[in-house]
Design a protein around this ligand. Structure first.
Ligand code: PMP
Length: 278
């Protein structure tokens, strides 16, 4: 067998294939994949695998590439793959790094031909462990598997706003797609606790310290959407965001759309701290 792959429709030696560092598959996990069994040079259930892949791509708003089936067949023939599998990955493509993708972007399509000898049917006694299903629940890890965030950012982009806020089942306001949030409610600053449901932002931590120094009472408790009419002010924060007032949520003004006094005070305090630290 020859070690070939098919990258963007071009069959080439695997060792020569190169993916751009700005590819969103690499930077954000903004990609889907499928794997298809090949037995004696025949690709099994290719239509079902491609239908699943294409259905997924449509759901996350990636343009479905044409010619995948013929690329797969050409690669099997060119590489003389007998028994093994094809690994197909389609990423959103290459763009300057930003959670929200540009509207016009060309997907990156990679197909690998992998030789593999499969265990004979019902020949391998399998052992397992059981664990709580925590997949997608590791918001405290600054992982590059950001597809969930990217999906939120696409909705944000399409709504023509600046941030998406992720909310729990009981309306707990957790955090932004790339920021943390503070809300002034009953003259206390509320921000979601760092309990694994949010990224424990460095800026959030500094602001908690600064609020204490200034004498602004803080509570690490989830702001509730059901109480949003009572919010006196709200702001977003992050390394790239700094401190910015949240003036509108779901087409309704927050605190009459006015930039709050505590927001300004903390924004200035953070600016000063950043200057002193630099
Ligand atoms: N939450 C999420 C999901 C983020 O991506 C970011 C930005 N890194 C933040 C919060 C803010 O964290 P930091 O202050 O460390 O930038």
């Amino acid at each position: 067998m020859k070690d070939l792959c098919c990258l963007n429709g071009r069959i080439q030696p695997l060792e020569e294939a190169r993916i751009d560092p700005l590819d969103r598959g690499f930077l954000f996990g903004d990609a889907l994949y499928d794997a298809v069994r090949v037995v004696e040079g025949t690709i099994l259930h290719l239509d079902s695998h491609l239908a699943r892949l294409q259905g997924g791509l449509e759901r996350i708003d990636i343009d479905v590439p044409v010619g995948l089936a013929s690329n797969c067949r050409q690669l099997v023939a060119a590489s003389r793959l007998e028994t093994g599998y094809l690994y197909l990955q389609v990423s959103r493509g290459v763009a300057p790094r930003s959670h929200e993708p540009p509207g016009d972007i060309t997907p990156t399509i990679l197909i690998l031909a992998v030789a593999h000898s499969f265990a004979a049917p019902a020949s391998r006694a399998m052992r397992a462990i059981s664990r709580q299903d925590d997949r997608w629940r590791h918001c405290d890890l600054k992982t590059t598997s950001l597809l969930g965030a990217v999906m939120g950012k696409i909705e944000m982009r399409d709504a023509g706003v600046d941030e998406v806020l992720f909310v729990g089942d009981q309306g707990q306001v957790r955090e932004g797609g790339s920021s943390n949030i503070f809300v002034r409610h009953g003259d206390v600053l509320e921000t979601h606790p760092a309990d694994g449901r949010i990224l424990e932002g460095i800026t959030r931590g500094i602001l908690l310290e600064l609020a204490e120094q200034i004498g602004l009472p803080c509570r690490e408790t989830p702001p509730l959407l059901s109480e949003r009419q009572e919010w006196q002010e709200a702001f977003l924060c992050g390394t790239l965001t700094g401190v910015q007032p949240l003036v509108e949520l779901d087409d309704e003004p927050v605190a009459n759309g006015v930039v709050g006094a505590w927001t300004k005070q903390l924004a200035e305090a953070l600016e000063k701290r950043n200057r002193n630290d630099s």
